[in-house]
Write a protein that binds this ligand. Structure first.
Ligand SMILES: Cc1cc2nc3c(=O)[nH]c(=O)nc-3n(C[C@H](O)[C@H](O)[C@H](O)COP(=O)(O)OP(=O)(O)OC[C@H]3O[C@@H](n4cnc5c(N)ncnc54)[C@H](O)[C@@H]3O)c2cc1C
Length: 421
């Protein structure tokens, strides 16, 4: 096995693999993807809702707004090319209280600016499209282009495609240290790998990897846990669309919503409850005691300054850790839902929010940091799964300037240069 490559991608999630695929489209360079787990999709890329977001939520001009709509089209095409089922059901956004009328108007305007098709519908149309839900204002938004895909099937197909194009994907390969000036990383098994350029796509660990390269030192992960419940198939509630509340635009989460997976399972959630470790998916599993003080301090800071409506989020999401409170939130969308209709779901994810300690706030958009011969992708939160392919293209266009000779198979001094500044 070669220990030298032109591009070293750290993290084999959707972002790392999409970048590997894009680089292989462009070059015959030697690409190695290092993934610490024994297979693909162990973290966010295999644990998300699988919604191909249409792009209506995001502030016009942000990277999320620029990439999401195109990303959804490309992700849908990927499903079709690989014979992966897609549920093209569309979605309904409904205000759950009269006060959300203004937010709904803001979203309709954002959708217009972001080029996303939405239609304002009245109570009668809502009843026809989705008899199980209701609107607190007599109006709702219908978003026909939202679909649901299959994240696990996608990540497996993508890994196979990237391998077939000649990239080397190595599982059980955890990076534990870096020597940026020597362009080397060390793996947990003691191996040293040399690279022309490193691309850090390590998701929940991206800030730690960046710190190994002396980059983004003020950025630290603040993980939030996303829990789901399943709708009991025996319940007589039948849904035609995904149903979302019009969200509180001060906070960074979309609120408890329904997602009908491609196998027909209806999930409700996810929540956004603080977690105390990078992989703290359940209870006390993987709590990082060393990181707890920092996480608590950042949460306290956000609470005191009420950043991004955090006091409201803490109150609202904290209560949703209890089943009956969660059911209450879901009932605002589905009035006939009973607590007994909710079954535990094994699905749980962690939102990789990044807290910038210098600026005292969470990153809201995708962010990229440069360092010597490396780039670091931080804050790849939703809709990063939807946007992965155009995001990879954007990163290659903007940050990865290459001068790789057609048959390069080793890292050379002038192989790749990450622009600084
Ligand atoms: C609950 C939830 C629901 C979501 N729903 C949606 C949705 O419906 N639609 C949407 O578009 N987005 C959604 N998202 C967001 C989306 O899942 C993520 O933005 C996306 O998967 C991020 O991909 P990634 O490749 O950056 O991270 P990951 O999938 O976490 O991949 C990073 C990889 O890096 C590896 N790694 C970490 N450290 C190391 C190391 N030291 N050495 C080697 N490998 C390492 C990890 O094992 C991991 O496999 C959701 C997220 C969550 C949490």
């Amino acid at each position: 096995m070669k220990n030298t490559c032109d591009f070293l991608i750290i993290g084999g999630g959707i972002i790392g693999l999409a970048i590997a695929r894009e680089l292989k489209h462009r070059h015959s360079a030697a690409i190695t993807v290092l993934e610490k787990e024994s297979g693909p999709g162990a973290h966010s890329s295999g644990r998300n809702s699988g919604v191909l977001h249409s792009g209506l939520y995001y502030t016009p001009g942000s990277l999320k707004a620029q990439l999401c709509r195109q990303g959804a089209a490309e992700m849908a095409a990927f499903h079709d090319e690989h014979g992966i089922k897609l549920n093209r059901c569309g979605k309904i956004l409904t205000p759950t209280a009269p006060g959300f009328a203004e937010s709904m108007a803001t979203l309709a305007e954002r959708a217009r600016q972001n080029g996303v098709t939405v239609e304002k519908i009245d109570e009668r149309q809502l009843r026809e499209l989705e008899p199980e839900t209701r609107s607190a204002t007599g109006a709702a938004l219908w978003v026909p282009d939202t679909a649901v895909g299959n994240p696990m099937a996608v990540i497996h197909a993508l890994a196979a495609e990237v391998r077939a194009r000649g990239a080397d994907i190595r599982f059980d390969a955890e990076v534990i240290a870096a020597q940026p000036r020597r362009r080397q990383v060390m793996l947990k098994n003691g191996e040293i790998l040399s690279f022309g350029m490193a691309i850090n796509a390590a998701g929940l660990h991206a800030d730690r990897i960046a710190h190994m390269f002396d980059a983004a030192t003020s950025c630290k992960l603040l993980p939030f846990r996303g829990l789901y419940w399943k709708l009991d198939p025996a319940s007589d509630i039948r849904l035609n669309h995904l149903i979302y509340p019009v969200p509180d635009l001060r906070i960074l989460y979309l609120g408890v919503h329904t997602t009908t997976a491609t196998d027909g399972t209806v999930y409700l959630g996810p929540t956004a409850v603080p977690a105390f470790g990078r992989e703290n998916y359940h209870g006390f599993d993987h709590i990082s005691w060393a990181e707890c003080p920092r996480i608590l301090l950042s949460l306290a800071r956000m609470f005191i300054h009420d950043q991004d409506g955090f006091r409201h989020q803490a109150w609202q999401e904290g209560r949703r850790a209890f089943k009956y409170k969660f059911a209450e939130a879901a009932r605002a969308l589905l009035p006939r839902l009973r607590v007994a209709d909710l079954l535990p779901a094994v699905k749980v994810g962690l939102h990789p929010r990044i807290f910038d300690q210098q600026r005292g706030q969470l990153l809201k958009d995708f962010a990229v940091e440069n360092s010597d011969h490396a780039i670091h992708i931080l804050g790849a939160t939703s809709p990063a799964w939807t946007s992965a392919f155009p995001l990879a293209r954007h990163l290659c266009d903007q940050y990865i300037q290459c001068n790789v000779s057609p048959h390069a198979n080793s890292a050379t001094d002038d192989a790749c240069v990450a622009p600084t500044g």
